[in-house]
Design a protein around this ligand. Sequence first.
Ligand code: FAD
Ligand code: DHB
Length: 391
Amino acid sequence: MVKTQVAIVGGGPAGLLLGQLLHKEGIDTLLLERRSADYVAGRIRAGVLEPGTVSVLEKAGVASRLHAEGLPHDGVEIGFRGHRHRIDLRSLTGRSVTVYGQTEVTRDLMDARATSGAPSVYEADDVTLLDVAGSEPVVRYRHRGEVHEVSCDFIAGCDGFHGVSRRTIPAAALSLYEREYPFGWLGVLADVPPPWHELIYANSDDGFALASMRSPTRVRCYVQCSLQDRVDQWSDARFWAEFRRRLGGEMAGRVPDVPSIEKSIAPLRSFVAEPLRFGRLFLAGDAAHIVPPTGAKGLNLAVSDVFYLSEALTEFYRAPSRADNVLDNYSVRALRRIWRAERFSWWMTRQLHRFAGNAFDEKMQQVELEHLFESRAAQTSMAENYVGLPL
Ligand code: FAD
Ligand code: DHB
């Protein structure tokens, strides 16, 4: 049977980055991904990196294109009732965020893995995790019709919300916390120079809109939509008309009708499964938790999880006698950050979307936003959460 030290299930940012961090420490990994490499590289998702995320990507040796092409942003704007209010991240926290697409992070990590020679199997079907409670777990998978088994010391479940890893853990061993939101986000990517200099999160009477970007010539824009909506019901013309209405003010007039190059709908959810360890299986990234995208935390949390996990595994291989302490510590450290990001993402989502709630809830949203615009302490709190804690 093939042997490796750490079998990584899932080749999204969490799995790829873990592989790279462990490779730097001389720890062998095998990465198994259900989809093709082209599919993984083509997915359009998050766009904002915390400084802590950038420092982990530096440590992993995959930050040179990020430094050349990433866009540093010193502030974000909140749109409300026709006005835009700037949250000055840099003056409030001394730090800023970097706009660099998850697609690019993934590409940099895939290139680094190919260069390192660490093995990856794409289009691995029917991945099954066996003996995860024992000291020698096995991962079984099918590739091109043939069944393979890999024995390993540890399994890293980095296979996203719908993956097999979390479902392998007995229900009694996990506590699940979940909230679904009654709307989704419709996202559009388009090749046009962004008319805005910084991201605009807009709360309007017609619902939420977010003006973001990927480069000096490419925008990424979102509108809150119904969970029943399908992408084919949203022509480009309908999307831009709605986006302009929600953005409002003079900026609306500067948004042209451009053809979209990608359009997709994502539901909004808050979810945490804890603890993040069951025997020799660890959960990391979306496999363990989901945040609604409003706080831009999903990708950043995947990075902080695998950073802590790489530290725990590295320490284990240096001093196996302290194994249990070190390995449990991963869950404790990661969850502290996860719950903080869950709170912030839930708060941002609640303040910026239209809920079919009662008039009292709407008033509370208005008062909360007015408090944010008037109070330096409230802005500092938001800015600190948005840029994230150092790792
Ligand atoms: P993923 O990126 O989901 O990677 C998991 C990988 O595991 C995938 O490649 C999957 O194919 C693979 N896999 C699944 N099952 C198996 C299996 N059984 N065997 C082997 N491999 C398997 N965050 C933001 O901050 N802003 C956004 O705008 C934003 N938009 C998003 C849009 C969508 C549609 C989604 C799903 C997420 C979005 N996120 C966003 C969240 C962010 O992209 C995720 O938090 C991030 O991708 C997490 O990385 P991950 O590696 O943990 O999981
Ligand atoms: C983007 C996505 C987010 O969820 C967010 O909060 C900010 C930016 C983006 O895709 O650019």
